[in-house]
Write a protein of this length. Structure first.
Length: 597
């Protein structure tokens, strides 16, 4: 493959070098083109050359880890520590997109350092900076670089809907300096310019975002666009519930991009209730995120833009039994401040609240539904023979089906997830498809109090709070960008000095419960269900350690005198959440996180 002429000023270390040093560097170095998916060098190989990224992006992979430990973008060195230490490569370096690197063999670098000391000084300064960054970020998850190049793939044998293209272009160009490139643009630049590769790199350096529009066929241009993109968006028109067959374009993209880098956008002519999305997703397991876009709805294009550029705002709601109704007050305050949440998710009671937000219920309606389920119907107060659970679940199941309906999560206009605990596999289960009420029921299934829920594979699911009461990891796995994270701080329980003695026997308990005087003599202590719910809230990871750099963590200290099972105090808890959120919005200016600001 021809080596394209590229300006070395694209590399940070060489940007301020005098012209004579740059010319000297160009005369002794080599520019190498590496296609997406190709290996630059392998772990354990001798570190006999220094590489610097002129354009593109590389993933740092280790043999014993499935996911990248870091990513290296344009202007940065690759493998410099092992090169200067004279050791072996400590990782595999794989091109994340079509890339260009400058290669200096050891002899070439030594000769260059002797002839141009300023070049050695700039490279060692870059090395010191990278080493400091590595040391300061040790133990933290690597930050994913923000996508800059995008590829739009049409699903089917026709071009992408022109109205969608025009509106998406308008949104991109309203917010960033963006360029849309199709096959005709590319061919024109190839015929007018000296080199297509050089043109693509110059374009990327001049624009904040470059959007490549692929042909319907797997043409040479489409292949180049897919390889050049940081993120691929497959665009299909939702005209039936049967889905559309996977195209050669999509298969080519799936073979070259990790699942998190391929999205699905479904276009709809009219707003309303969507259906059949799951058929599209099951045929495309690599599409971990999907977006519904109504052609005439400007807000849908704004949301899609925020997702594509890692600006989408998420809301993460924690579990907490009756305390979860405080989320209603939070949501009310957020809405009044003009905050727009692009994705919603939660665990246990937090899943129940965010599911109600996702179907468009307003705060007053959500509170009425909570009152109906837990106070009027007493859905969590119906004891039964303890064969499958302590509570009879039939009233709760019927209420959840009525209020949340059997709408498939994939058909919701706003992306939503709920987490439950998979006891069969000892793992967190993230619900992204399936009936909404069923996912909420699984996420809220307090072990022993309610019978477990089973998924399609027969796995046993219980309360999400058991493993991830504040599902930050689940949200981060689905999207990058900012989130508002709510983590209730559990109040300290009153001590029960009267419970210091042994618990009463079954006979003593039954006899003592028959009269008010007997009940007064029983040892004081919390009920089994209160102990279980409190245990779920306390058994969680260190949420602060999982918070991303753009996340905002809200940690309200819950009011005393209210129990995890005091559902009848939902109005008081809503008012508490509303007042707390108003103070935090004013203090932290949270409304500036929203795409509406």
């Amino acid at each position: 493959m021809k080596e394209p002429p590229v300006s070395l000023t694209a590399i940070d270390a060489f940007r301020d070098l005098p012209v004579e040093d740059l010319r000297h560097l160009e005369s002794v170095s080599r520019l190498i083109v590496v296609e997406r998916g190709q290996l630059l060098f392998r772990q354990g190989a001798p570190a006999d050359a220094l590489y610097l990224v002129v354009s593109g992006r590389f993933a740092v992979m280790r043999d014993d880890e499935p996911d990248p430990v870091a990513e290296i973008g344009a202007g940065l060195p690759i493998g410099e520590i092992a090169f200067f230490a004279g050791g072996s490569r400590t990782a595999n370096i794989v091109a994340e997109r079509d890339s260009i690197v400058l290669k200096l063999d050891r002899d070439e670098f030594d000769a260059l350092a002797r002839a141009s000391p300023r070049i050695l000084a700039t490279v060692t300064a870059t090395l010191a900076r990278r080493l400091a960054e590595t040391t300061s970020s040790r133990g933290k998850a690597p930050a994913r670089p923000q996508p800059k190049t995008f590829c739009l793939l049409p699903i089917g044998d026709t071009q992408i809907n022109p109205e969608f293209m025009q509106r998406l272009r308008t949104v991109f160009q309203r917010h960033v300096n963006a360029l849309f490139v199709d096959a005709a643009d590319y061919e024109k630049m190839r015929s007018d310019g000296p080199d297509a590769g050089q043109w693509l790199n110059e374009v990327e350096s001049r624009y904040d975002a470059v959007v490549f529009v692929a042909d319907p066929a797997l043409s040479q241009w489409s292949q180049k666009a897919i390889r050049q993109a940081d993120l691929v968006l497959c665009v299909g028109e939702k005209k039936s519930d049967t889905g559309h067959g996977v195209t050669d374009l999509e298969q080519y993209a799936a073979a070259r991009h990790k699942p998190g880098r391929i999205r699905l956008a479904l276009l709809h002519e009219h707003a309303g209730t969507f259906s059949g999305t799951r058929n599209w997703l099951e045929a495309r397991p690599w599409c971990t995120m999907h977006h519904h876009v109504v052609l005439g709805e400007s807000a849908d294009y704004e949301r899609l833009f925020r997702f594509l550029t890692d600006r989408a705002l998420g809301l993460i709601a924690c579990g907490g039994g009756a305390f979860s109704t405080a989320h209603i007050g939070f949501y009310q305050a957020f809405r009044e401040a003009g905050m727009i949440f692009d994705m919603l998710g939660g665990a246990s009671g937090g899943a129940a609240m965010t599911a109600a937000f996702a179907i468009g219920a307003d705060p007053d309606e959500i509170e009425r539904r909570a009152h109906d389920v837990f106070v009027k119907r007493r859905a969590l107060s119906r004891w039964t023979l303890p064969r499958y659970s302590l509570f009879d679940p039939t009233v709760l199941d019927a209420a959840f089906l009525e209020h949340y309906t059997a709408i498939d999560i994939a058909d919701l206009p706003v992306p939503f997830f709920a987490v439950s605990t998979n006891l069969s596999r000892n793992s967190v289960h993230c619900h992204r498809t399936g009936p909404l009420w069923h996912a909420v029921r699984a996420s809220c299934t307090i072990p022993a109090l309610l019978p477990p829920v089973y998924n399609e594979d027969g796995d046993m699911l219980v309360d999400g709070g058991l493993l991830e009461n504040v599902p930050v990891r689940s949200m981060h796995a689905l999207k990058a960008g900012p989130n508002v994270v709510i983590d209730f701080q559990v109040p300290t329980l009153d001590t029960h000095k009267g419970a210091d003695g042994p618990a009463p026997s079954r006979r003593q308990l039954i006899m003592g419960s028959l009269t008010s005087r007997g009940r007064d003599r029983l040892p004081r202590g919390p009920s089994p269900q209160a102990v279980l719910v409190r245990s779920l809230m306390l058994h969680s990871r260190n949420v602060r350690a999982e918070i991303g750099p753009q996340d905002v963590l809200l940690e309200p200290v819950l009011p005393t005198g209210i129990s995890h099972l005091d559902w009848h105090k939902h109005d008081e808890l809503r008012r508490f959440g509303y007042a707390y959120a108003q103070r935090e919005i004013e203090r932290l200016q949270l409304s500036t996180m929203s795409g509406s600001s």
